[in-house]
Design a binder for this molecule. Sequence first.
Ligand code: NAD
Length: 505
Amino acid sequence: MEQTLKKLGIEPLNAGTFDGSWSKVSSGTQISTSSPINGAELAKIATSTDEDYERVIAAASDCFKQWRTYPAPKRGDVVREIGDALRDNKQALGELVTIEMGKILPEGLGEVQEAIDIADFAVGLSRQLYGNTMHSERAQHRMYEQWHPLGNVGVITAFNFPVAVWAWNAMIAAVCGDTVVWKPSEVTPLCAIAVTKIVGEVAKHHGFPALFTLLTGDGPAIGQRMAADRRFPLISATGSCRMGRSVGETVAKRLGRSLLELGGNNAVIVLDDADLELVVRAVLFGAVGTAGQRCTTTRRLIVHNTVLDKVTKRLVEAYKQVPIGNPLESSTLMGPLVNEQAVKAYQQAVARVAAEGGEILYGGRLVEGAASSLYVMPTLVKANAGMDLLKEETFAPILYIVGVDSIEEAIAVQNGVDQGLSSAIFTSDLRKAERFLSHAGSDCGIANVNIGTSGAEIGGAFGGEKDTGGGREAGSDSWKAYMRRQTNTVNWGSDLPLAQGIKFG
Ligand code: NAD
């Protein structure tokens, strides 16, 4: 662990504010971050003061005035170098993700790879920020639209993807000509400091030291302040529905824009003709991966009653084989939960199962003899669709299994929750698969066939409906959220005809 921190320039006490240079560590109150692997303190961070906040916004606003004039393909060159710098540091950064957040190393490395992938995507995008042209109804007139940079983009991120989510936003925003102010989760500030050190060097080398700035806090206060601050035309916030409701309301009050990526309550539907081999593998990764702490984690399994027993038995067997332990070790498939609060939420959910008419089939308790009290057993619950627990997102590896008699019932159960992030169906019947994908099927932002709910690629637009917030990040045309659209009409004739044939005067 120490070597990883050293490689990334993490000190015992770190500045948490970057405005193009790092603030003094003497300013601000200090927070401490520890590893869920063994509870050991990793480092201390001086949080951002009110003055730090103002300095960061001023530096980012100044930088924006220059950056927006820099041609988009050249902005792409800078982002390409950032992708290369992340490649050079992939191993150490992936290790830091594992050490600070607790996901297993292949997932930590995968997360950094996601940041590299989105940088590559953004480089190509820097030459493809296309607007449409339209045929004007007026002679000798040309109509078109163009996309302009927006300004400072405030990026508030969650603990569970402490590198990738910032990158989804920052790489796209940067090629769009925006500057990015990051407020990371107070649970994973070291990942943010390490990333800012790496990308800050590249940006400085090109003469834009305040392109990617950083503010850290010990709670929601800085994020709340950003949400209310008109100097952020866009706030992109990733986290719980509770947080999103607050940010959405505050930003809307000042008629700003928000891009919200919030909680999920994702379901996999298994029909009677499903390939059960695929089902078990996909559900295991979806429900147990990242110890159930992905926004796309599979939380509900909706199974046709004719195969319910078979699927349940195979899953119990598979769950027994999951090696739980130190996420840095290659044999481990599941690491710890991120903190005591997460363990408490897990225990509270488990305690409610019986009272709500469910039955624990596997797990439901802490791992005995583990290196810290944060290791929990992945848990399978025999459930019924009416249970309140099924409507909530408990950020832990608990999978509720529900039996149904038809695809219609399955879709109704799946859609019967407030969240609408990711969904999947397993079937060999093309008609049923298409039924699930149709307008009358899944109501989620992501709907898959014969693959699980988690592990999205960056090429698609990522996000969800309903209480998940409606935002879209990463690929496809998500970039449009980071720019402002301008419609232009040019009259190259010598008359002044009015639209709709109106005669005036
Ligand atoms: P969280 O809501 O506790 O915190 C997320 C971030 O918001 C942190 O930086 C926090 O400081 C900040 N914050 C909290 N309250 C705020 C407020 N009122 N105003 C402004 N900022 C505020 O979430 P978490 O526990 O870090 O992450 C887990 C949650 O994130 C889960 O619900 C998960 O589903 C969700 N998530 C969603 C996506 C997605 O893309 N949809 C991706 C990752 C995580």
